[in-house]
Design a protein around this ligand. Structure first.
Ligand code: SF4
Ligand code: SF4
Length: 395
């Protein structure tokens, strides 16, 4: 499991390769340098966020300049960099190409590995399942370095270091978990179980340009100007969420970590090296608009929370510029699919009674042609105000 450790912070205003390399080197320098984690001859898996084949400037995926810098440092330490992920949509080689990784692979000699082959792993101290099916690559590497992108997330409020490991689940198995674990808190528990198995040595987060609003794929790029690195993924996420104006209890994965006493979620107990994180805070960072405040209704019983959440939950709706590529339907974990982009002449394009609101379709759509439309109730009553009143009433 991740252990408590300091988080190093470095400023980086642009993705200039030299600036990023210096920033990553600076972050790691506070913690003993890359050689503290990588020994000569070790195979080192770099796990960026390669959700899909999105252009770099959309800020959906980890920037290639960050991946390049870490791969070069791994080489410097005598390690062998492997770069791998299981994209939510598309084959890894095509996704890597669209995400600007070809020059990185050529320059660093890193090996691109896909996660399609699976293996079974026991989960020590599990909370969801005693055994998980993850990529076989975990057995073939000596060290894992997670390279997340800081983004908002429709289902889990924020995606960072811990959530990035969801990509260790091979291919369509991810959809099956979405179907089985419909509540954010259940998915959060699974993500912690994945961390118990994978145990990355380090996370280096790309928050140079983050994503705000309708993340993790349809939001807007938002400069934050930071790189964060730390051996405790929980701590890295805690510092990251503070940069974008979230509190740890608002993020289901961090709320789960707090309840399981998994890592340190109290920001006051996390040492930040390399500068004051407050100087990089983006006070008006736009959150995912519809879910964050639900977490504040903590005093209510879980079944009431679920009922309220269902009433307020945003629903996917297909917009007119849909090209009917079918990616959303293919990725929908509900079988038969709950979304029907080809129903242009009648019948619901989204079957609300069957949709589990996992937002995979929204995440996968390459055209930004799916919006998450707030419910009638949510448009009239702010869940945040309701949460405030309920908390006051119950206290
Ligand atoms: S909504 Fe998006 S993913 Fe679905 S068919 Fe239309 S363009 Fe493709
Ligand atoms: S329609 Fe979209 S949000 Fe609903 S279950 Fe399918 S993929 Fe998930």
């Amino acid at each position: 499991m991740s252990t408590s450790a300091p988080v190093a912070l470095a400023k980086a205003a642009t993705y200039d390769p030299a600036e990023i390399l210096a920033a990553v080197r600076g972050c790691l320098g506070h913690q003993g340098g890359i050689r503290a984690w990588v020994k000569p001859g070790q195979r080192v898996l770099l796990k960026p966020n390669l959700l899909g084949g999105f252009p770099v400037e959309r800020a959906v995926t980890t920037h290639p300049a960050v991946i390049r810098a870490v791969a070069l440092l791994v080489r410097e330490a005598g390690g062998e960099p492997w770069i791998g992920d299981s994209p939510g949509m598309g084959a890894l080689d095509k996704v890597a190409s669209r995400c600007g990784l070809e020059p990185v692979l050529a320059e660093t000699g890193a090996r691109l590995v896909d996660f399609s082959e699976a293996a079974e792993y026991p989960v020590p101290g599990h909370r969801v399942v005693p055994q998980l099916t993850l990529t076989r690559v975990l057995r073939e590497v000596d060290v894992i370095i997670s390279l997340p992108k800081l983004k908002t997330h429709g289902h889990l409020v924020m995606t960072g270091a811990l959530k990035n490991q969801y990509g260790l689940i091979p291919g369509s198995l991810k959809s099956q978990w979405h179907f089985r674990l419909r509540q954010p808190e259940w998915m959060a528990a699974l993500i912690l179980d994945i961390d118990r198995v994978a145990r990355p040595a380090l996370a280096i987060m790309d928050a140079v340009v983050a994503m705000e609003g309708a993340g993790p794929s349809a939001g807007q790029p938002r400069p934050v100007g930071a790189l964060l690195a730390g051996a405790c993924l929980v701590s890295v996420d805690v510092v990251a969420c503070q940069l974008i104006g979230l509190q740890p209890p608002q993020v289901p994965v961090l709320a789960a970590a707090a309840s399981q006493q998994y890592g340190t979620t109290d920001p006051r107990k996390i040492e930040v090296l390399g500068g004051d994180w407050r100087s990089l805070r983006v006070p008006d960072f736009a959150p995912v608009p519809h879910l964050a405040d639900v977490q504040r209704l903590v005093p209510l019983p879980a079944f009431v929370l679920r009922w309220i959440r269902r009433l307020w939950t945003a629903r996917p709706r297909i917009l007119p510029h849909c090209t009917q590529c079918g990616i959303c339907a293919a990725g929908c974990p509900v079988k038969p699919t709950a979304i029907h982009p080809d129903r242009t002449g009648g019948g619901p394009q989204v079957e609300d009674h069957r949709c589990i609101c996992c937002y995979c379709c929204h995440e996968f759509c390459p055209q930004h042609a799916i919006e998450l439309r707030q419910s009638w109730l949510a448009r009239r009553i702010s869940l945040g105000r309701l949460a405030d009143r309920a908390t006051r009433w119950l206290s």
